[in-house]
Write a protein that binds this ligand. Structure first.
Ligand SMILES: [Zn+2]
Length: 75
């Protein structure tokens, strides 16, 4: 799974996982991505304001763009 470098707006880490919503099929590829921290399971439901990325270092979630540093996502 390749993607462009995304940097955490909170801690500037590049150790970022894509948050996956909805039902996921657990297979080898998914488990591998989870272990590598490439994806993060966000739960069953996706909302318009749901974050798209998860920082593996500070454990915060953040949206793809239009980031507001004062807005906290409480999950
Ligand atoms: Zn971070």
């Amino acid at each position: 799974m390749k993607h462009t470098k995304i940097v955490c707006p909170y801690c500037q880490s590049e150790n970022i996982a894509h948050i996956v919503y909805g039902e996921v099929a657990f297979d080898e590829e998914l488990n591998e991505a989870l272990e590598k921290g490439e994806i993060h399971l966000g739960g069953c439901c996706y909302y318009n304001d749901s974050p798209k990325y998860h920082c593996n270092d500070c454990k915060k979630n953040f949206p793809e763009s239009e980031h507001d540093p004062d807005k906290e996502f409480n999950w």
